[in-house]
Ligand binder design. Structure first.
Ligand code: GLN
Length: 487
């Protein structure tokens, strides 16, 4: 049986829209109906605005009728993580601090998606201020994994990955500071891409750790991810770290570029803590590439063991600085029973932030404080350079690296209560952010219990087209992306 509309890819739906087999209004209706049917169990959204989505869809249908369709995203519903600004819509970062905040302007990615004709759909749940790996840190309650509702969808962009896997959207955006796109993509069986630092504008993204944050797409297929990336990438004068790179036609390049490629297997990424079923699935993917004529080579990233420590110094330092703006004065939660200005700061922040956010602010303030700055923050920056150098050294011999995305498949809600146990979920993803590299997760099988497994491909700076082409070569020969959870 042909898949329901809400499980189709952007590419498939584009053909149906072009031939007028369906309208954007019908597609958007189907997505809304699906959302209403399953959302009570999945809980992927912090909010959605049905009337607004339908109005956007009608406007898209009118453009199409007038011969003004704007490209492959015309009329396609796209969900946005609730840290990305959409003018006139709530923006909460899944925090009590911003529970009643409404975006005064669009993020650059939002402007670009609207310009491409997409239907902006819903505010997707995440860990508070994107700090976490399971979406359990949301002030509005956790999201469930559509493949097993007793398990986490990953995080921090767990609402994005779960909504997509459940058919509650056709594509989504998330943000990735240490793995928050790739890990939830892996745990929910969808494609997730973290672009090279600077490729996608951060303007209008709620800042967590500014030197690590990147916005990127979630999609059902690699081709869809290429379409989404093409829509959001590009230089933006509103983001001082935005890079002036030429943006290729990713969709065309992904189909044009063929292997064989030289692929590196970093030996440090296959050690203790790696689930045997995840390991086996990744080994089968490696064997696939070898059989395709790719040169497979073991490489070493010797500073991998320092990634977690380095990340939790740099990310918390930047977070402590970025989150200083939530003072209860200018915007966000303000304590009702504060006596004076200083009391407003203390009480508003004490009431507005959750436990994990407070933990990060305290840690970050500590590593930046005088007397400790050199020992922690400055040293971490030096180690970060070594970590990046490891990758660049490996790229003298190989075009990309293959690793598991997450050491474990989706775990039970409430299972990992110790923060360190959660931090360890990111051991294969955070090095990429520290090095500023592009990486994606593509589905590479299921555990015997039916939980999705993700393969991570890590690429050279700005080599997204290559990375997507490599992932597509694998995807084309497998049918993991055609399987959907039965909800
Ligand atoms: N899980 C990591 C953290 O908690 C990464 C989060 C992210 O990428 N936003 O910091």
């Amino acid at each position: 049986m042909a898949a329901e509309l809400f499980f189709k890819s952007i590419a498939e739906l584009g053909a149906l829209l072009d031939t007028k087999t369906v309208s954007s209004a019908e597609l958007t209706q189907a997505v809304i109906a699906r959302t209403k049917a399953v959302e009570g169990r999945v809980k992927a959204f912090n909010s959605f605005d049905e009337a607004d989505a339908l109005a956007q869809a009608s406007a898209s249908d009118a453009r199409r009728a007038a011969g003004q369709a704007r490209g492959p995203l015309e009329g396609i519903p796209v969900g946005l993580k609730d840290v990305i600004s959409v003018a006139g819509q709530p923006l909460t970062a899944s925090s009590k601090m911003l529970a009643n905040f409404v975006s005064p302007y669009d993020a650059t990615v939002t402007t670009k998606l609207k310009g491409a004709g997409a239907v902006i759909w819903g505010r997707l749940n995440c860990d508070e201020f994107a700090m976490g790996s399971s979406t359990e840190n949301s002030a509005f309650g956790p999201t469930a994994n559509p493949w097993d509702l007793s398990r986490v969808p990953g995080g921090s962009s767990g609402g994005s990955s779960a909504a997509l896997a459940a058919g509650e959207t056709i594509a989504a955006l998330g943000s990735d500071t240490g793995g928050s796109i790739r890990q939830p993509a892996a745990l929910c069986g969808v494609v997730g891409l973290k672009p090279t630092y600077g490729l996608v504008s951060r303007y209008g993204l709620i800042a967590f750790a500014s030197s690590l944050d990147q916005i990127g797409p979630f999609a059902r297929t690699v081709e869809d991810a290429a379409i989404m990336l093409g829509a959001i990438a590009g230089h933006d004068p509103l983001d001082s770290t935005s890079f002036k790179a030429d943006i290729p036609d990713y969709r065309a390049e992904v189909k044009r570029r063929q292997g064989p490629w030289r692929l590196g297997i970093p030996k440090e990424y296959f050690g203790a803590g790696l689930d045997p079923e995840v390991n086996a699935a990744v080994e089968r993917a490696i064997a696939f590439y070898r059989a395709q004529g790719c040169e497979i080579k073991e490489v070493s990233l010797p500073h991998t063991q320092y990634c977690l420590d380095t990340y939790y110094i740099i990310a918390t330092a930047e977070a402590s600085s970025n989150l200083a703006r939530y003072d209860g004065i200018r915007y966000g939660h303000r304590s009702k029973d504060a006596k004076d200005a200083v009391d407003i700061y203390f009480k508003s922040r004490a009431e507005g932030f959750g436990a994990e956010v407070k933990r990060r602010i305290i840690l970050g303030t500590y590593v930046l404080s005088s007397g400790y700055y050199d020992a922690f923050y400055l040293r971490a920056q030096k180690v970060r350079t070594l970590i990046r150098q490891d990758f660049l050294n490996a790229y003298r011999e190989v075009d990309a690296l293959l690793t598991p995305t997450s050491p474990v498949p989706a775990f039970k809600l409430g299972e990992k209560s110790d923060p360190l146990a959660l931090y360890l979920c990111d051991i294969y993803t955070i090095g990429v952010n520290l090095a500023g590299l592009p990486a994606l997760s593509v589905p590479c099988g299921f555990t015997t219990g039916g939980l999705p497994i993700g393969l991570q491909l890590i690429g050279q700076p700005f080599a997204e087209a290559n990375l997507l082409a490599m992932a597509r070569a694998y995807e084309q020969a497998h049918d993991w992306h055609r399987q959907h959870p039965s909800l």
